[in-house]
Design a protein around this ligand. Structure first.
Ligand SMILES: Cc1ncc(COP(=O)(O)O)c(C=O)c1O
Length: 468
């Protein structure tokens, strides 16, 4: 709010929100502080306008080519969302139909992912893939501990094997739950975890291997069946039976529809559990993930709590307690609305747009594709060494941002930290038309950068790691 300063001029107070002069009715809030509680009430319209105006400054979600998360649903979904905004997922006794729908959803996923007996396995919704991965990881850890205890062996040094390109949720899991992370570095020859050299990482303390269907950095699939074969060979030699958790944050909702022949799911015997984000290619607004186990025995029952204070005796398997129930209903809506064929068409369309964009980016000249968007509809590219004299991918990212497009550039993880890539995530809503508009802007910005007479000055504090 502008206030008269001591010299009579008006100066903005950085600690308050400035209100449009139209807000001048009697009873209207005059001063809404930013960092402490306002002393009194504001009219709802005033508070709404202040929040609305500030949120307006966020980026345009449709031009955000960085995120995997849904930014659009249809108006029926919006209506359902509003109707269900008050439902707490944990109140399963009060909202038994929402609880039933949750069970139907993960059972549908168990079926989609070829669980041997979908109606008699176990799964749950979560707030996103991170929580789902942590539950998958906890089940691996507990199963290993139980087996070790039964064999009279120590249980104090569990380790988990994964690619150096895992999403940060796995680093968190290891940190929060005292598991040693064993990262297998990626390289030009092994761009993803593919089972190569796995025997150097596995030992009797290994609780499992994480395989990612849709690596965050590039969108590439890790070959789950090949990783399983490497583990089979290790088992033959050592007797160690190591299970796999598939992090299908994105690919869990892509592969079944557009690469149905690819065996990455419960068809691979070693896969004990699979997680996905309902809010990525599950096509629901942020706030929903899923995890499903191959069979009930894969989830130690001590991880399930029975609580009585919700009314009735209710099982709960989750890291947090309360969370929105609306997203579960939205997921069910999407499953019913699209069915298998609808999902197939939506995902195939995103894949076609990604492949088209990748071809066009490759044809521009300065770039080498890292991958071409044919796994999940995500691809990355790097700048050719013979084109890196005046500008880099961070400069291009900045130039594109000036046109509203968010296209991140970042270094790859170990052992490729000297490689910088730029990535596009194609989601439902990025049409061929929008893709053409983007390409036009990108070509113009590349031409602008190429016309510079000398190299652009660079800051030294570019990011050294990337997680999304
Ligand atoms: C492979 C992978 N795993 C896990 C996550 C975490 O997902 P969420 O944001 O749903 O917690 C992501 C997010 O991008 C991811 O790409």
């Amino acid at each position: 709010m502008s206030r008269p300063a001591s010299n009579g001029s008006t100066a903005p107070d950085p600690g308050s929100s400035e209100l449009n002069p139209l807000f001048a009715r009697p009873g209207e809030a005059y001063d809404l502080p930013k960092f402490r509680f306002p002393a009194g009430e504001a009219l709802p319209e005033t508070a709404y306008q202040v929040v609305h105006d500030e949120a307006m400054l966020d980026g345009n979600a449709r031009l955000n080519l960085a995120t995997f998360v849904s930014t659009w649903m249809d108006e029926h979904a919006d209506r359902l969302y509003l109707e269900a905004a008050d439902k707490n997922m944990i109140d399963k006794d009060e909202y038994p139909r929402t609880a039933e729908i949750e069970t139907r959803c993960w059972t549908m996923l168990a079926d989609l992912w070829h669980a041997p007996d979908p109606r008699h396995t176990i799964g749950t919704s979560t707030i996103g893939s991170s929580e789902a991965c942590m539950l998958g990881g906890l089940a691996l850890k507990r199963r290993w501990q139980k087996a070790r205890r039964a064999a009279g062996r120590p249980t104090d040094r569990p380790n988990l094997i994964m690619s150096s390109a895992v999403q940060v949720c796995w680093e968190k899991f290891c940190n929060y739950f005292d598991v040693e992370p064993r990262y297998v570095p990626i390289s030009e020859d092994h761009k993803v975890l593919d089972g190569h050299g796995l025997e150097d990482y596995v030992d009797e303390n290994t609780i499992g291997v994480v395989a990612i269907m849709g690596v965050t950095y590039t969108g590439m699939y890790e070959p789950v069946a090949k990783i399983a074969q490497a583990l089979d060979a290790i088992e033959q030699r050592t007797g160690l039976n190591i299970p796999i958790h598939v992090d299908g944050a994105s690919g869990g909702m892509i592969a079944p529809f557009i690469q149905p022949e690819l065996e990455w799911d419960f068809r691979v015997d070693r896969v004990a559990s699979i997680s996905t984000s309902g809010h990525k290619y599950g096509l629901v607004y942020p706030g929903i993930g899923w995890v499903v186990w191959r069979e009930q025995a894969a989830l130690p029952e001590e991880l399930i709590f029975e609580v009585s204070y919700l009314g009735g005796q209710m099982p709960t398997l989750a890291l947090n307690f309360s969370r929105p129930g609306a997203q579960v209903l939205l997921q069910y809506y999407m499953f019913l609305r699209l069915g298998f064929d609808g999902y197939r068409r939506v995902q195939a369309n995103s894949r076609d747009v990604a492949r088209y964009l990748a071809d066009q980016v490759a044809a521009m000249g300065p770039f080498d594709l890292w991958n071409d968007g044919s796994d999940i509809p995500v691809f990355a590219w790097r700048l050719r060494a013979d084109h890196a004299d005046k500008w880099n991918l961070y400069d291009l990212s900045d130039r594109l941002r000036m046109k509203g497009w968010l296209v991140p550039a970042y270094p790859m993880p170990d052992d490729l930290t000297d490689v910088t890539v730029q990535r596009i995530v194609v989601r439902n809503g990025l049409s061929h038309d929008l893709a053409d508009a983007f390409l036009e802007d990108m070509r113009a910005e590349v031409a602008y950068l190429d016309r510079l007479d000398g190299p652009l000055p660079h800051e030294s504090d570019r990011p050294t790691a990337f997680h999304h």
